[in-house]
Design a protein around this ligand. Structure first.
Ligand code: ADP
Length: 289
């Protein structure tokens, strides 16, 4: 029997309703949940990402304010803009759009993203909080989406499950690993120096793939009945494809996310959830003063 599709669009549509309710409550108190998106230079992919999240934001009752800085801007100017947004009471979330121009290093700037407004979990302090398992951190949107999908899978709860994560990037693989461990799964992390993917994947009941390599994981590598979450998105001949060879994987897995229509739509919702959480926390703390 082919795998059940874990439908990200359907899940996003369901979660959107909850977002609209939360923003209605905030707006009734005079708070307009607002996300500042800082973009450095014109980047076609970033612009199309912005168009997509604007649509989701409108449905969620979240305001998006763009801050476009010139491509040749220096590190200190970016840090200053982030700090200004940190002090602005009408801004609740701050997202520094990546990739940055080559002249700038995210490692030299990420700590300037105001921690209380860091809705994509970019600040190393929030990454550290995630590693410590302390609840107050913002979980980056893509890893949060992976967990939202797994919550709907037949492997939930994850306690005692064998899980494999392919990829160890600071934006996806590593935070996903921390979240899975936090949910008591036994996690194996595979990366570009792993000699034989299949030898590890054959044990895994839950497989999360975030390597940016189309077709890297095939059905033959999977444990029968596995749940497969494909985070990869690569443009091939104008089409977005994942890291998992869908046709063969679908014959072996019990559940699988499609690309597109899997992790992507849920990621946008997860970002808006973080913006609303930020607005709720900030309004709660300003009332307490
Ligand atoms: P993303 O942002 O989607 O996480 P990155 O390009 O930042 O993607 O990181 C790619 C990750 O995928 C790296 O951690 C790398 O080690 C892993 N990776 C790349 N190629 C392979 C491969 N052939 N097998 C296993 N892991 C791989």
């Amino acid at each position: 029997m082919p795998a059940r599709i874990l439908d990200g669009r359907a899940l996003a549509a369901e979660l959107r309703l909850g977002l609209a309710e939360r923003s209605t409550v905030l707006r009734a108190r005079g708070i307009i949940p607002t996300l500042a998106v800082v973009m450095v230079g014109d980047d076609a992919e970033s612009a199309s990402y912005l168009r997509r999240i604007k649509r989701v934001a409108t449905d969620a009752g979240v305001e998006i304010v763009e801050h476009l800085l010139p491509a040749d801007v220096g590190e200190s100017a970016v840090r200053l803009r982030l700090a200004t947004l940190g002090g602005d009471p009408t801004t609740h979330g701050v997202l520094l759009q990546q990739p940055l121009p080559r002249s700038l290093s995210i490692r030299a700037i990420a700590d300037a993203v105001p921690a209380r407004k860091d809705v994509d979990g970019a600040n190393p302090a929030n990454q550290g909080r995630l590693a410590f398992g302390t609840g107050a951190a913002f979980v980056p949107a893509t890893p949060a989406a992976v967990l939202l999908l797994l919550e709907r899978s037949d492997k939930w709860p994850l306690r005692g499950r064998e899980a494999a994560v392919v990829g160890r990037s600071s934006v996806v693989g590593l935070p996903v690993t921390l979240l899975l461990i936090g949910h008591d799964a036994t996690v194996t992390v595979l990366h570009r120096s792993t000699v034989e993917l299949a030898a590890h994947l054959e044990r895994a009941e839950v497989v999360v793939v975030a390597a940016g390599k189309p077709g890297l994981v095939t059905g033959a590598m999977l444990r029968p009945g596995a749940t497969v979450i494909d985070v990869g998105t690569t443009l091939v001949d104008g089409k977005t494809v994942g890291d998992v060879e869908f046709a063969s994987a679908q014959e072996v897995a019990a559940e699988i996310t499609p690309v597109p229509g899997g992790v992507g739509p849920v990621t946008n919702i997860a970002l808006m959830q973080n913006v609303l959480t930020a607005a709720e926390r900030q309004s709660a703390s300003s009332h307490a003063i």
